[in-house]
Design a binder for this molecule. Structure first.
Ligand code: NOJ
Ligand code: CA
Length: 669
């Protein structure tokens, strides 16, 4: 380690002697990153407050043809700065500021390969990307990415394993030194209290990056591991290409990670001229019944998406002021889960009168959210895509949930370049027809919503569905998601189960285990009811679902919170929290504020100042809290609703039960 520091110091000395400054510092001066060349190989390092954060770590790619990783000489260096305010058409925040300094260093090697490293330092982390020009034929086959993240010390980390097939895996809390592989966002805390998260931004036409531990390294070191094509090639790129940004968020505390704009700032401005049709929404749908196993996606006598059921859900949405309704199982092909190319995206099921349902929803002012489950059959889906989207648009549809539950065509990885291209194609084709996308089994979120704001949300982690047919999401799950998965962007978690232990489906004659796992009545949600409500605030999505059967909401006093909620927030802020323990988030939509607080399996009392409210205004706080006797295991249904007048000078005591929560709506008086 000492050797490297000395080497870097010498190198900086030599280079600055040549007036080629290969370092870049954040606007506030706290983060300093830089590049070096050692025996023709380029690397980088990061320091925070002059202390090593990332030790010298190699950079470069390897290709089938051409040397992309060595024999480099520095050709030139440019420095730039940016200070820009920009807005997005929908929440969590509409105002953003991008302040960074940039280093652009160009290297050339004996093969004539030009490699430019563009590195940006922000007050809350750094990002860098490769820009290559490779002489010779038009296509380059990237075989490996050598980027390493050599951390300067051990610490605690939170991550899912580095699978190329799914993100629906349990989070692990592990010392950095014990992580073998991980997907990103890969979040960690160092003994100094600094928090970090390694991720990527603007992932286009390239495979996803996971991380693999470097064996026998002196300190925890991780190397980029790209999802390959079936033939082992990692990426097929043109001879002039650039990679996604490699991102390291660095903040003083855990909420700082959540409050960072860095990933969005590394994405390009909005590509759409007219965004007036993009509208966040709250929704209900024919969905949870299938996961519970009391309904099915096709007509086996238990079909959920029947015309009559759809009408009921539309009436419920309209009566409660909700903007959207989803019907899964509306189309043909579900009996075989789309095998033999059976999913047909323009053919409604025999007992689902599509035109009638669409017209009824429109007459009630409720948006119809269409559903395309592909089962992973991309070839069949892409064949139908144009017709299917034209057909949807002709029916006045502006929202589409997609799904990829199954093996991908041609043996491709779920997260490889083939799929990255596919997800993007769907978003762009949908945008042409003014359709918003909510993708399940998606590619990870990397801030593309700034450029393509019709890409509203996605799944990409264990969502609510896991509580219906598995041991379920652990109490800590919702206290890890905001600091990991959600750093990439909003998640369609689908919160809001009020029948937490499924007591209302006991004895239902239709009940069946639908996927050979647990039967729903052996399962449950591992939270209190107040935590389910708080999740609507904490787990932000611009398409936010109240996922339970509507019968469980009808007449329930606590459903008022969802009626009062707004999925289109103007401003959001994580106020407090520790990864895997608890989080408190505040949001504002118009002049109404919301607060959500959730905890893991530990009950805790939080003193929360209301200084985020504007000074001099009085609010009526409507507080949905755990009952004094609530606990997720023994008494999950115990809750209270109280009201109180408050101002920004007040502090509220939030008493959270085990796996409990508090949700508050602040209405100005
Ligand atoms: C998995 C999705 O996450 C879920 O929301 C959907 O209901 C099923 N696939 C069927 O499409
Ligand atoms: Ca899923």
């Amino acid at each position: 380690m000492r050797y490297y520091s000395f080497f870097v110091a010498c190198l900086i000395g030599i280079l600055s002697g040549c007036k080629q400054d290969l370092t870049v510092t954040s606007p506030d001066g706290s983060i300093k990153a830089g590049l070096y060349v050692q025996a023709g190989q380029v690397g980088y390092f990061v320091k925070v407050d002059t202390t090593d954060f990332i030790l010298p770590s190699p950079l470069g790619l390897q290709a089938k043809r051409g040397v992309l990783d060595k024999d480099f000489k520095l050709m030139g260096v440019k420095h730039a700065s940016a200070e820009e305010e920009w807005t997005s058409p929908w929440g969590e925040n509409k105002q953003h500021s991008d302040r960074h300094n940039e280093l652009e260093a160009q290297f050339k090697n004996t093969d004539g390969v030009i490699m430019t490293i563009r590195m940006r330092a922000f007050d809350d982390g750094i990002g860098f990307r490769y820009e290559y020009e490779v002489p010779g034929p038009d296509t380059v086959k990237v075989m490996d990415e050598l980027t390493c993240f050599n951390l300067a010390s051990d610490g605690t980390s939170w991550s899912i394993p580095g699978s190329f097939g799914t993100y629906e895996l349990e989070y692990r809390t592990l010392p950095l030194s014990q992580v073998q592989d991980a997907n990103t966002p890969f979040t960690f805390r160092l003994p100094s209290g600094l928090h970090g998260s390694i991720h990527e931004a603007a992932l286009y036409d390239y495979p996803e990056m996971t991380l693999s531990a470097v064996p026998d390294a002196v300190a925890p070191s991780f190397k980029a591991n790209l999802a390959p094509w079936p033939d082992g090639v990692k990426a097929r790129v043109p001879k002039k290409f650039r990679t996604p940004w490699r991102v390291i968020l660095i903040t003083r505390d855990a909420p700082g990670l959540v409050n960072s704009d860095l990933i969005l700032n590394l994405n390009e401005p909005c590509a759409l001229e007219d965004v007036s049709w993009i509208k966040p929404m709250r929704y209900v749908g024919v969905w949870w019944g299938m996961h519970l196993g009391i309904q099915s996606w096709y007509d086996d006598g238990r079909h959920g998406a029947t015309t009559a059921n759809a009408m009921k859900y539309i009436d419920f949405a309209a009566a409660n002021g909700l903007e959207g309704v989803l019907f899964e199982g509306w189309n043909d092909g579900w009996a075989s889960w789309g095998s033999r190319d059976d999913f047909d995206f323009t053919k409604p099921a025999a007992d689902f009168d599509f035109d009638k349902v669409v017209d009824y929803a429109a007459s009630k002012g409720v948006s119809y959210i269409l559903h395309h489950e592909t089962g992973g059959n991309i070839v069949s889906y892409e064949k139908q895509l144009d017709t299917a989207l034209d057909w949807a648009a002709a029916h006045g549809i502006h929202a589409l949930k997609t799904g990829y539950a199954g093996g991908i065509s041609g043996g491709n990885n779920h997260h490889g370049q083939y799929m990255v291209r596919h997800y993007q194609k769907v978003v762009e084709e949908a945008a042409k027809r003014q359709i918003m996308i909510d993708a399940h089994e998606p590619i990870k979120a990397t801030g593309i919503r700034r450029t393509w704001p019709n890409f509203m949300c996605r799944e990409g982690a264990r969502g609510m569905e896991w509580n219906a047919w598995s041991a379920g999401n652990k109490p800590e799950h919702q206290t890890i998601l905001p600091f990991t998965r959600l750093l990439g962007g909003p998640m369609d978690y689908t919160p809001g189960v009020f029948d937490i232990t499924y007591r209302n489906i006991v004895g239902n004659p239709n009940l069946k285990a639908w996927n050979n796992n647990h039967i729903a009545t052996d399962c449950r949600c591992n939270t209190t009811i107040a935590k389910q409500i708080a999740d609507w605030v904490v787990l932000y999505s611009p398409m936010q679902m109240a996922c339970d059967l509507i019968e469980n909401y009808q007449g329930h006093p606590a459903f008022q919170f969802f009626r009062d909620f707004n999925a289109d927030c103007d401003w959001s802020r994580a106020l407090a929290g520790e990864v895997g323990e608890y989080i408190v988030v505040a949001r504002r939509a118009g002049d109404i504020y919301y607060l959500g607080a959730v905890t893991d399996e530990v009950a805790r009392t939080l003193e929360q100042p209301l200084s985020f409210l504007p000074e001099g205004c009085t609010y009526r706080a409507e507080i949905y809290a755990d009952g004094p006797d609530a606990s997720w295991e023994k008494n999950p249904y115990s809750y209270t609703i109280t009201t109180q007048e408050v101002t920004s000078a007040d502090t509220l005591t939030l008493a959270l039960a085990t796996s409990g929560g508090t949700a508050i709506v602040f209405k100005p008086l």
